[in-house]
Design a protein around this ligand. Structure first.
Ligand code: NAP
Length: 282
């Protein structure tokens, strides 16, 4: 399951929706990025996201803060962006440093601007099946599975990893699609026994080649959300591909979908905010 092609289709739709908003309303959908410190990987991720915004005709606003920024300063910055009508979506890059209360910082993002799907409100919406923005990587994975016609209802999905941005929202979205979901983590006993019964495996761990083909049920669908140094995923691709009916590559699988969903949701957010503004002014 290649994300590159599907992401290109989503990006082209995002660009044309952004252009329509500029033409019809004179408003350019704008994503604000907030980065604390100068972790090289985070700097690269933020730069990639901003560059893709520019390629698709979205506006960007960047706020770089020193590594020693405290939680209350960060919350104030994000609250300011939440109240700024010229900003439609907010991306707070993580990790942010151990001294920062990440939950407080994420929850300072107004839910209507939470295009990265990281607030408690967005998580509740995903868990309850209510309208809201999906976490970008799990949301992108669901779009990829739908695009390839993978049936989810009644299938046994095993999600490996339970982080707030990936494993947990992934499990919530799969449950919302009527899959039977098992969530594994670092304290799980006998991971391979769980994998052996899985129709769908989503690996979201950050451990190179943790999931190997020998543990998989023949015909399983395998999604590798992991990204480790050297372009290595959490799945041992060669052995898993011999067992799987569908599998995502690393790179070119899940990664491009994440940014595509982020930008698509930024335009969604702009459209929704403009609708609310025009309803108020009528
Ligand atoms: P994270 O916050 O470090 O969470 C890792 C999860 O894996 C934790 O829940 C941890 O369990 C679990 N885990 C660790 N070792 C394990 C083991 N041996 N067996 C089973 N579970 C184990 O990482 P994350 O932010 O979710 O990211 C996970 C991976 O996805 C990374 O490779 C990251 O680079 C990648 N990622 C990719 C994208 C993308 O766009 N493609 C986006 C985000 C992240 P505990 O909870 O028990 O500690």
């Amino acid at each position: 399951m290649r994300g590159v092609e599907l992401a290109a289709t989503i990006n082209s739709d995002t660009a044309s929706r952004a252009e329509s908003l500029v033409a019809a309303m004179g408003v350019r959908p704008t994503l604000a990025t907030v980065l604390v410190g100068d972790d090289p990987a985070s700097v690269t991720y933020v730069r990639m996201k901003r560059r893709r915004c520019e390629q698709l005709g979205l506006g960007t606003r960047h706020v770089g803060l020193p590594a020693e920024t405290c939680t209350s300063e960060l919350v104030d910055t994000i609250s300011g962006l939440s109240h700024d009508a010229a900003v439609h979506g907010i991306l707070l890059q993580h990790p942010m440093g151990a001294h920062i209360d990440e939950r407080a910082a994420f929850d300072a993002v107004a839910p209507r601007k939470d295009v990265d799907g990281v607030t408690s409100a967005s998580f509740a919406a995903m868990a309850l099946g209510q309208p809201g923005f999906a976490s970008c990587t799990p949301g992108g994975i669901i779009r990829l599975l739908d695009h390839y016609g993978v049936e989810l209802a009644g299938r046994h999905a095993v999600v490996v990893g339970r982080s707030p941005i990936l494993g947990k929202p992934m499990a919530a979205l799969l449950l919302g699609r009527d899959a039977t979901v098992t969530v594994c983590h670092s304290r799980t006993r006998d991971l391979d026994a769980h994998l052996a019964g899985a129709d769908l495996v989503v690996a979201a761990v950050g451990r190179p080649r943790l999931v190997h083909g020998g543990a998989l049920k023949p015909g399983a669908v395998v999604v590798d959300a992991g990204y480790n140094p050297g372009n290595v995923g959490d799945v041992d691709f060669d052995s898993a591909a011999r067992r799987a009916s569908f599998i995502t590559p690393v790179p070119g699988g899940v990664g491009p979908m994440t940014i595509a969903v982020l930008l698509a949701q930024t335009v969604d957010a702009a459209q929704q905010q403009l609708l609310v503004q025009s309803a108020i002014s009528r």
